[in-house]
Design a protein around this ligand. Structure first.
Ligand SMILES: [Ca+2]
Ligand SMILES: [Ca+2]
Length: 566
């Protein structure tokens, strides 16, 4: 039966350990009882017990930032491009519902219109801003107060004017929480100093989180979405890029909400009417070359409407998009986009970006996996990483900390590597769909390579070789030693053998890991006196630093005192 192992009939990188490998390895023991496979799998599970934790923050790349806070993580549905996604199957009807000939209107600007400021204002407050009482008409769909509302909070439409949506938006720079209220009113009435507040509804978001509101809950917007991330802000336009979707309104919306929206406000059930949350974009064919030429402001907004598009967020005037109140706006520049008609838009199918209907995360990478290698100080720093197609990792720092950038959905094994260092268990990641941290990898630096596992004074293939292979497979107890102890063995308890082998330099192929499918097979073949390419066939890992028989033979001789024929 041993000949089967020698022939290399083992899945090359059998990290997942198929049953074929298990039965081959176990059948190589001269007729002794096959180990219980339940124990085998349990041992494998222990051997590869990495702890993977989803991180709640740590956006990749560039999320929009206000007051030091990201406006949701970089891979929030608000912050990812939709310019290459398919057109929604019902786009033509949705656009017709809102109005093919109706014009785009930028519903913000500088100065006053009919005596009132334009756009939706927001403000930020420092850490420690006093929390003040607030109650809501729709208390059962609102996050309860108190809220850190400053006495002079800017209110949509002007604090002095009682009508309108009266949105109030506050970012707490200390906690990076976003507070949004609809129909915000103070008590006692303006202009007295406010002692408490009321609102129609109120919502609080953690700007570092993908969490959405509970399904069917409203927010300060009818879609149950936050308002702030969809506002066009002067500073980002001045900087030359709006890197997020824009909020817009339509007169008729469906009695339904599409991800990431959470709420509707309609009795219309027509499937040809867009639902709350529906994403639209400006068609790529709409030219930014005009006569007279568009301003940089208009071009920047036009490009954002193509790349990031806009989300249907409330009932209101058709094709009205929202921006922040700011007296630096040049209203003439904003009006340059009046040429855009409803027919210039198309609805986008964003379903491929949804990770979970209850999360605002978009299924895009790269994602960040961080970890810390445990072990002696000399072993954990300066570790490089190999493997994992599409993944790139930093070299570990002196404390063993490293960070990898991986594609969305990444699965694969990464090999931490350092000279004369062994890392365990295997760093295998499966379906990474969120930023995560990994713990459990430990480094060790053995100094000897004593292959006499059973300590009987000689090194044998079907004894020491088999004991090493079983240990590498994670087998424990009598199953690990049955039928494999040599005559006059002095080390016969499986745990003692495991302790001995852990302290040996058994990384034969030099990938800084000890694995049955590679190092175990190499050792066993060499102990059986095989030489040449038959030793290394299908038994060298993808991250090996010793890949030829000559280099492996030299290593066995110099490190483990194992002399094998050339
Ligand atoms: Ca021995
Ligand atoms: Ca190895």
């Amino acid at each position: 039966m041993i000949a089967m192992i020698l022939a290399g009939q083992i899945s090359r990188y059998a990290i997942g350990m198929n049953s074929k490998f298990g039965s081959l390895a176990c059948s190589a023991n001269r007729g002794d009882a096959i180990p219980d496979h339940g124990a085998f799998w349990f041992a494998r599970a222990l051997l590869t017990s990495l702890v993977l934790m989803t991180a709640t923050s740590g956006a990749n790349g560039a999320a929009p930032v206000i007051g030091g806070c990201p406006i949701f993580p970089a891979n929030s549905i608000w912050n990812v491009p939709v310019d290459t996604l398919p057109v929604h199957g019902n786009s033509a009807n949705f656009v017709a519902s809102i109005g093919i000939n109706a014009g785009l209107h930028l519903d913000f600007g500088s100065g006053l219109y009919q005596g009132r400021p334009m756009g939706i204002p927001f403000t930020t407050v420092p850490a420690g801003q006093p929390m003040v009482p607030i109650t809501f008409d729709v208390a059962d769909e609102s996050d309860p107060g108190p809220y850190p509302i400053p006495p002079n909070i800017p209110i949509e439409g002007g604090a002095a004017f009682p009508s309108g949506d009266r949105h109030g938006i506050v970012i707490d720079r200390g906690t990076c929480k976003l507070y949004e209220v609809g129909v915000l009113n103070q008590s006692p009435a303006y202009p007295a100093a406010p002692a408490s507040w009321t609102g129609y509804s109120g919502a609080v978001w953690d700007l570092n989180s993908h969490a959405l509101r509970p399904a069917t809950w409203t927010s300060a917007d009818a879609a149950g979405l936050p308002i702030l991330p969809g506002l066009i802000r002067y500073d980002e336009v001045a900087a030359g890029e709006i890197a997020h979707a824009v909020r817009f309104t339509a007169q008729v919306t469906r009695r339904a909400f599409d991800w990431p929206a959470r709420h509707y406000a309609s009795s219309n059930t027509s499937s040809n009417v867009p639902a709350m949350g529906a994403r639209f974009r400006l068609k790529a064919s709409v030219s930014e070359v005009r006569m007279p030429p568009l301003s940089a402001t208009a071009i920047t907004i036009l490009r954002a409407l193509k790349k990031y598009g806009m989300m249907l967020a409330d009932n209101g005037s058709n094709w009205y998009i929202s921006g922040a109140t700011d007296d630096r706006w040049n209203n003439d520049e904003l009006h340059e986009l009046d040429f855009i008609r409803g027919s210039d838009f198309e609805a986008v199918d964003v379903s491929s970006l949804m990770v979970n209907v209850n999360s605002g995360q978009a299924a895009v990478g790269p994602l960040t996996v961080t970890g810390t290698i445990a072990g002696p100080a000399a072993a954990i720093g300066g570790v490089t990483f190999c493997g994992g197609a599409g993944a790139t990792c930093s070299t570990s720092d002196a404390s063993g900390n490293y960070s990898c950038s991986v594609p969305y959905g990444f699965s694969g094994r990464l090999y931490p590597r350092k000279t004369d260092t062994i890392f365990a268990p295997a760093l295998t990641l499966a379906s990474v769909t969120a930023n995560a941290s990994v713990t459990g990898v430990t480094a060790r630096q053995p100094v000897t390579c004593a292959l006499d596992a059973d300590n009987n004074g000689s090194v044998g293939s079907v004894t020491d070789g088999l004991l090493m292979l079983r240990w590498m497979l994670g087998m424990t107890g009598n199953a690990a030693t049955a039928g494999a102890l040599g005559l006059s063995a002095q080390r016969i308890v499986a745990a003692d053998i495991a302790n001995h082998l852990t302290a040996q330099k058994l990384d034969i192929d030099g990938d800084s890991s000890v694995d049955a499918a590679t190092d175990g097979v190499l050792l066993l073949r060499a102990l059986l006196g095989i030489s040449g390419n038959a030793v290394i066939a299908n038994a060298v890992s993808p991250c090996a630093t010793r890949t030829t028989w000559a280099s492996i033979r030299a290593h066995l001789a110099s490190t483990c005192s194992l002399t094998v024929a050339p």
